[in-house]
Design a protein around this ligand. Structure first.
Ligand code: GLU
Length: 451
């Protein structure tokens, strides 16, 4: 099994260079309240991450304020005729955080807790992620503040179509390309593609990615995020002398991301010893039977009640004895309350924003290597890019070709991030931000300010 080698990158991560740092321009006007850096929650987390990268931007630092304000934020009223004839209203959002390097790109989530500030953070993380893997996109995100479990299938379709029409002003194959995220899937993407196409009077397959294969979707897209988590996780493990075979893995969230990542780790010889999701938790010290657990989740909607293991509380989950912890659910799950209990040697962020800045510091002080979301879960958008390219050229690739290209991009991107972390003695998160923000702000600088 694993030998313990200290991950050098994690020790001095908060040390910033003093002399070479370019001065960061102070905001010229007071920030509107929703941009307040003291705002708690995902947008506050994101701003704290930007502050950590600012000293490494050199002359590009003069543009850093660009990263702290979304380029464009749209709030829409999504009116729904319910099955019983009454009308309900939900708030919908589409935020384009940055479009310096290409069109906006990022998913759409349906969740009762979605807020503008959350969508802003998720859009910003897409800007960083897309630049980190060097796909020619900016960053965007959307969402509707709705619990899709309270909607019938017909209501879900009508909400999706109305939302798509409302954000139709700013999306398009070369403007901003939505994709699946929490609680959205291929079916939702098919409705979005159809609605946009009907409105513009032409079939526009490239307006969304993550579509069904028969509507211009890409082979390998559904598994891409989990495959990327595994690829980057294996690269990181190798660098800290952790052998995947025989290692103990814990996963939070067992859907499209955590489920696929868990399966790939198990296939590589790891033992998935604990899984937790919205329904509960389950553990098995000898390793859960992952294919059976995936079948159980598909049949019942969650891991609770799985007979191949013991029930597990949230408290037990976070403190379980594991080598690799994969948060693959929602934001803020690893926080000041539970970070100290984590026993893993490595955290691979399948979810967006699962670790708060305080928790980042706690993990770093414990010597736990955190492979951040903005590189770890970039596999999904990488294959979204392949899908978009295939749609434009109407020429479709084999699954083997897609997976091969995915692994190459992820491995190269991770290597660049790792080397940057070594060079500047910073965390992998700050290193990813250094690589990505330099690309974004270099594009910004070359384009110049209009007028
Ligand atoms: N929602 C995914 C993410 O957070 C994928 C976005 C996309 O494919 O555009 O990365």
């Amino acid at each position: 099994m694993a030998t313990r080698t200290q991950a050098k990158t994690t020790r001095t991560a908060r040390k910033a260079p003093a002399a070479s740092a370019a001065p960061v321009a102070a905001p010229t006007h007071p920030l509107p309240s929703y941009l307040d850096p003291n705002h708690l929650g995902p947008w506050g987390t994101y701003l704290a991450q930007v502050d950590r990268v600012a000293p490494y931007l050199g002359p590009l630092g003069k543009w850093v304020e660009t990263l702290k304000r979304p380029k464009r934020s749209l709030i829409v009223d999504v009116a729904l005729r319910r099955d019983d004839g009454t009308i309900a209203h939900f708030e919908g959002y589409r935020v384009q955080h940055n479009i310096s390097r290409g069109p906006g790109k990022g998913g759409v989530r349906f969740h009762p807790d979605v807020t503008l500030s959350e969508v802003m953070a998720l859009a910003a993380w897409m800007s960083i992620k897309n630049a980190a893997v060097n796909v020619p996109y900016g960053g965007a995100k959307g969402g509707i503040r709705v619990d899709p479990r309270t909607l019938s299938l017909g209501e879900l379709e009508r909400v999706t179509r109305r939302y798509t029409s409302e954000i139709g002003l700013i999306i398009g194959p070369s403007k901003d390309i939505p994709a699946p995220d929490v609680n959205t899937n291929e079916k939702v993407m098919a409705w979005m593609m159809d609605t946009y196409s009907v409105n513009v009077g032409a079939t526009a397959t490239g307006v969304v990615t993550g579509k069904p294969i028969d509507l211009g979707g890409s082979l390998g897209r559904r598994e891409a995020t989990g495959r990327g988590v595994f690829t980057v996780g294996a690269e990181a493990a190798q660098r800290i002398g952790l052998t995947i075979e025989g290692s103990r893995v814990a996963v939070q969230g067992f859907g499209n991301v955590g489920g696929v990542a868990g399966k790939l780790f198990a296939e590589a010889g790891a033992k998935v010893i604990a899984v937790q999701d919205h329904s509960g938790g389950v553990s098995n010290d000898r390793g859960l039977n992952v294919p059976k657990l995936l079948d159980h989740v598909a049949a019942t909607g969650g891991v609770a009640g799985f007979r191949g293991g013991e029930p597990l509380t949230a408290e037990q989950f976070w403190s379980c004895k594991c080598d690799i912890l994969i948060p693959a659910a929602l934001e803020g799950q690893i926080n000041a309350q539970n970070a100290g209990k984590i026993k893993a040697r490595m955290v691979i962020e399948g979810a967006n924003g699962p670790t708060t800045p305080e928790a980042d510091d706690i993990l770093q002080d414990k010597g736990v290597l955190v492979v951040p979301d903005v590189i770890a879960n970039a596999g999904g958008v990488t294959v979204s890019y392949f899908e978009w390219v295939q749609d434009f050229s109407s020429f479709f690739w084999s699954e083997a070709e897609i997976n091969q290209r995915l692994v190459r991009i992820m491995t190269e991107a991770f290597t660049a991030v790792w080397n940057t972390a070594q060079q500047h003695q910073v965390s992998l998160r700050t290193a990813t931000f250094i690589v990505a923000c330099r690309r974004i702000l270099h594009a910004r600088d070359m384009r110049g300010l209009y007028p």
